[in-house]
Design a protein around this ligand. Sequence first.
Ligand code: PAF
Length: 279
Amino acid sequence: MKIITSVKEMNAFADEAHALGKKIGLVPTMGYLHDGHLSLIKKSVSENDVTVVSVFVNPTQFAPNEDFKTYPRDLNRDAALAESVGADAVFHPEPEEMYPDGYHTYISVEKLTEVLCGVSRPTHFRGVTTVVAKLFNIARADRAYFGQKDAQQLAVVRRMVADLNMNIEIVGCPIVRESDGLALSSRNVFLSPDERSQALVLYKSLCTAKGLLEGGERSAARIRAEIERVIKTAPLADIDYIEIVRYDDLTAVETIDCKVLIALAVRFGKTRLIDNIIF
Ligand code: PAF
């Protein structure tokens, strides 16, 4: 497996693959890979001739008060894991390679980025769409793989691809959870043992919501209140948001009569966790 650090070399690798008629799958990541990432890589390997995993902690999607500096990084470990599931290349540029002096171009998706995580992270998605568009171009990807855990990110990327007529297929993949239900995240390493055990209320609250929906409850307010009640049983949980929105456009719903995303973000100490279900 190749480790590529320059845009030029990544372009050449991708052009060579395309010249041989090969399809390229891209798995964009910020590294510190876990089984959720590995499930995306495996899916790409099964659907494409070549799989590129990008490992880049993207500075433009972090606000100044966020965890860019402390975000966990371990390239050797990531490269070994990516190779173990069949990746052909890891693209690991330095920030200056992606954003050289004089860089001034950003992509903003409106509306979808103004709700859910966009409220407390107003500049986040502009950084995500910008880097993702750059990675699509640099790796000349035919398909790109994203986890459903970042459901809003997936919706925003799909919107960008449709709106800008990008010639790439976006593949969404299911959330991977620990055996006790906690959704896998590179940020889970920051949780203290107490925070880690209390964070189980997130999935528990979503399962409670699912149970209510399956029992016929259709009031978004009542379901939201029940999710809040379950989360508040964990004294360390500090709720950022609990939202029930239409899956298609992320607008709020009062009565659940369509496909919905039930999404939440909750802080445990300094660590902000997100989780969701689709119903
Ligand atoms: O989901 C992530 O890890 C990041 O937001 C992404 C898509 C790799 C862009 O930096």
